[in-house]
Design a protein. Structure first.
Length: 79
């Protein structure tokens, strides 16, 4: 039983060391990556931006929805 716990402890220690080394290597790679310096992580991001028309539509729909909900509430519950 003692040899089993020693082997298990040694294996866990080795896995911990390997994980620590992988973490350190990943951190070094991330430090060398210059995000924001012209590198786009999502190339289609420009197509996803809202135009002024989109914003106006969203605002008007929000106002219409709010008025509809308020009117429905007053209709069901009264003033």
């Amino acid at each position: 039983m003692t040899s089993f716990s020693i082997k298990t402890g040694r294996l866990l220690k080795e896995k911990q060391i390997i994980l620590s080394q992988k973490h350190e290597e990943s951190r070094r790679k991330i430090d060398s990556l210059n995000v924001g310096g012209g590198v786009s992580l999502w190339p289609e991001m420009e197509k996803m931006r809202l135009t002024a028309t989109d914003i106006q539509t969203i605002v008007l729909m929000n106002i219409a929805l709010s008025i509809t909900v308020a009117a429905s509430f007053y209709f069901v519950h009264g003033l």
